[in-house]
Design a protein around this ligand. Structure first.
Ligand SMILES: [Zn+2]
Length: 294
């Protein structure tokens, strides 16, 4: 004779071999799996389900995790070292995780893991994240179809994980660079094209890397202005602060000058006057006029 009970949470069947064990277990109506989950969530409360939201901050963290997180069957691990340790604390605060951050002073790193048998697989499915994601990125369709603003925040997170933004040789110019495994080439190209309007911009190098550098200060400023204005969270200052919104690069200045020359030239101002009005050398103005005539 078997005695059967159904788990009130998942509906799973629980079979007892004898009436004695059926009675002995009457205090725990939940199946073993649900009972364990309940204990676990009481011991380590968190809001990991926030990672399934469609919000800028969630997409920022998904992008960061895509670059720098570790995904296991039911667990996500996040480690950062050096100055970026601050991100581990921020991520923990965001998910309202109660466990302690592991502090490894030898590696100068902070780390924590979060486990959830329901949510982690759902996150992996939603973003097509694989355990060997470094060499096996999500399906590119995910990035093609993603809402463009959310894609921007995912990209910002990805840069905080795996990108560099730096000044060039102590000059005020700056560029943004990402170098990842070559399997990411298509995904990167989609992001760069959708967010910056630059098509086929990613280069594959001989060492098996996909490498992309954006050096146009105007484009980077536009991106930062648009996406950093109203956010309630803080991407890494050490990276994004490098993009100085007041800086006008040489290339950008040349474009602005060209537009001004063009305007005056089309109103039939003589070259001498254009030089005087814009305070430019004659050679430069002639160069621009040559371009206008093309
Ligand atoms: Zn159950």
């Amino acid at each position: 004779m078997e005695y059967i009970r159904y788990c009130p949470k998942c509906g799973g069947k629980k079979v007892y071999k004898s009436l004695d064990s059926f009675r002995a277990n009457k205090n725990s109506l939940l199946c073993r799996k649900c009972a364990r989950k309940e204990v676990f969530s009481k011991l380590y409360p968190n809001k990991i389900e926030k990672l399934l939201d469609d919000t800028p901050e969630t997409y920022y963290w998904i992008g960061y995790l895509l670059a720098d997180g570790h995904f296991y069957e039911n667990r996500i691990k996040f480690t950062q070292n050096g100055l970026d340790k601050i991100s581990v604390e921020k991520f923990k605060t965001y998910l309202e995780v109660s466990c302690d951050v592991k502090n490894n002073s030898k590696l100068d790193s902070f780390e924590f893991s979060i486990m959830n048998v329901d949510i982690v697989p759902k996150i992996k499915t939603k973003f097509d994240i694989r355990e060997n994601k470094t060499y096996c990125p999500p399906d590119k369709k995910i990035f093609e179809d993603m809402d463009i603003d959310l894609l921007a925040y995912l990209f910002i997170g990805f840069v905080d994980g795996d990108g560099h933004i730096a000044n060039l040789h102590n000059r005020p110019d700056y560029n943004l660079r990402i170098k990842v495994h070559s399997s990411w080439c298509d995904v990167l190209n989609i992001c760069i094209e959708r967010l910056f309007g630059l098509s086929n911009y990613v280069k594959l190098n001989n060492q098996g890397y996909a490498d992309v550098t954006i050096g146009d200060s105007q484009i980077l400023k536009q991106f930062k202005r648009k996406y950093f204005e109203n956010i309630t969270f803080e991407p890494l200052h050490r990276k994004w602060d490098v993009i100085n919104l007041d800086y006008v690069g040489k290339y950008e200045q040349a474009k602005i000058t060209f537009e001004k020359v063009k305007e005056l030239y089309e109103q039939n101002y003589p070259v001498k006057d254009i030089c005087k009005i814009l305070n430019l050398k004659e050679g430069l103005v002639y160069k621009d006029i040559k371009k206008i005539k093309k």
